[in-house]
Design a protein around this ligand. Structure first.
Ligand SMILES: Cc1cc2nc3c(=O)[nH]c(=O)nc-3n(C[C@H](O)[C@H](O)[C@H](O)COP(=O)(O)OP(=O)(O)OC[C@H]3O[C@@H](n4cnc5c(N)ncnc54)[C@H](O)[C@@H]3O)c2cc1C
Length: 445
């Protein structure tokens, strides 16, 4: 049987190797550590957790990442199995003993009769055979260059510059209105593509004060080179002058307040649609290094966002990722070279769990293909399916930035409003997802 090669023994590569080998396919796992280091990894073990030791919420009834845990457990995921085995007390979160966890993943992979290892840096995108590239946010420079040469300069990013993403239903539309600047666009949908939140002069001044005072996170050593190209954090723009934002992402020109047409806003915050479903909107130009708590407090000062819920908060990180919506097909294969799949954070998902989940899927899909079958992705109503759908087509390709799993990626379920209604709806989402995911697994057995 044809061998599957996997580059990168992180969260995604380890899970992909396990899934493919468990399906009976021989695997070679190529990992460069410890011979070649990254600035964040410390060991030569597989599935090293580079920062926090948390897999986040384990609530599989009302939390999207908890649901993803559930799906990965149901699919016999190695990462979840070892996380459960080395769990630490952490309230509702799944925290693990990081060294014991990655040692256990390493031991399980090394003991598998169908997995062998190549301890080297792969420096070129392979030209033949079946491969999964799972080299993560810190993909080595030579391989990144080779990926860039094959896919085009615009298709590979070395930094993420994530603006906060808001659930559309939590924007107060009695304050905000829909309009594109200067009503640009051919269709009405385009002319009303943005949500606009107006500010008076006093509100703007208070907002700038809050931005300047907010707590910020520091860059990791070795992380900053080149990041200032075109993605300044908003607080850095505010530091350059109190008016900078008003002449940049918050400029009020070309917009008329639909609720108060006679009132000219002093500044306007714009939100742009982030997914095809229209459930998520990002705050345009608001990439930031503010700490998460500070972000929530500061962004809720924006008129119309006082009660906003955030699907994800902003950030700027060293992060190598491809423009998956344009480059990958729904089988996670490079359209231009179908022998190559991508998995993990390099596909534009974000986080240990999401990366491992994309590894699980890519491993299963590649194994099925080698055995002469095609494994369709799980349905959009599952956590895994909604995430792969987002990166391979659901997301806006032009503004594509890495994404965590969240309920905004799922086809909506209507329910009564309010906090209570939302909780019941989340349960409805997870019930629907579990049924669909179980069905997907059953079809493979
Ligand atoms: C500084 C930093 C902090 C982070 N903190 C968190 C956090 O707290 N929580 C969270 O959920 N996520 C965090 N992340 C994101 C986290 O890295 C990912 O979620 C997760 O590790 C990605 O899994 P992966 O398998 O895609 O990549 P990784 O786990 O990074 O695995 C990629 C592997 O590929 C190897 N590799 C790279 N290039 C080559 C090559 N050319 N040849 C051979 N091997 C290669 C690397 O050595 C590595 O082992 C952080 C990322 C960074 C950079």
């Amino acid at each position: 049987m044809e061998t599957l090669h996997i580059i990168g023994g992180g969260m995604a590569g380890s899970e992909a190797a396990w899934q493919a080998a468990e399906a009976g396919v021989p695997v070679v796992l190529h990992e460069m550590r410890p011979h070649v280091a990254t600035f964040a990894h410390r060991t030569g073990d597989f599935a090293e957790m580079v920062c926090s030791n948390s897999f986040r919420s384990d609530d599989d009834e009302r939390n999207a990442v908890g649901l993803l845990h559930w799906e990965m457990r149901a699919a016999g995921g190695l990462i979840m199995q070892m996380a459960d085995r080395h769990q630490l007390p952490a309230g509702g979160a799944l925290a693990v003993d990081r060294d014991a966890f990655s040692a256990a993943v390493t031991e399980a992979l090394r003991a598998h009769p169908l997995i062998s290892f190549s301890n080297e840096e792969v420096t070129e995108l392979p030209s033949s055979g079946k491969w999964i590239i799972a080299t993560g946010p810190l993909t080595s420079g030579a391989l990144a260059e080779s990926i860039r040469a094959a896919t085009g300069a615009e298709s590979l990013a070395f930094f993420d510059a994530i603006a906060p993403i808001v659930y559309a239903e939590t924007v107060d539309m009695s304050v905000a209105w829909r309009q594109s600047r200067y009503d640009k666009g051919e269709t009405e949908e385009e002319q009303k593509a943005y949500l606009n939140c107006p500010m008076t002069r006093d509100q703007y001044e208070a907002f700038i004060d809050a931005l300047l005072a907010a707590e910020k996170t520091e860059f990791h050593e070795g992380e900053t080179a080149g990041y200032f190209d075109g993605c300044l954090p908003i607080e850095v723009m505010a530091e350059r002058g109190r008016e900078t934002l008003r002449h940049g992402p918050m400029k009020p020109v070309g917009l008329t307040n639909a609720h108060k047409p006679e009132e000219k806003a002093y500044a306007v915050v714009q939100l742009r649609r982030d997914n095809a479903l229209g459930t998520l909107y990002n705050i345009v130009g608001f990439q930031t290094k503010m700490k998460y708590g500070a972000q929530t407090a500061v962004f809720k000062m924006i008129p119309g966002l006082e009660n906003a819920s955030f699907a994800r908060l902003g950030g700027i990180h060293r992060n190598t990722f491809i423009n998956s919506p344009t480059l990958l097909d729904s089988q996670m294969r490079l359209k231009s070279r179908p022998g190559i799949r991508f998995a993990g954070q390099i596909t534009g998902v974000e986080g240990y769990v999401e990366s491992a989940a994309m590894g699980l899927l890519a491993g299963r899909m590649a194994a099925a293909e080698i055995k002469g079958a095609t494994l369709p992705p799980p349905g959009f109503e599952t956590a895994m399916g909604s995430l792969v759908n987002h990166i391979t087509g659901g997301a806006e390709a032009k503004t594509f930035q890495p994404m965590n799993v969240n309920f905004g990626l799922f086809p909506p379920i209507e329910a009564k409003g309010g906090r209570r209604g939302r909780k019941d709806r989340y349960k409805a989402y997870t019930d629907r997802a579990k049924e669909a995911f179980s069905q997907w697994l059953a079809e493979q057995s």
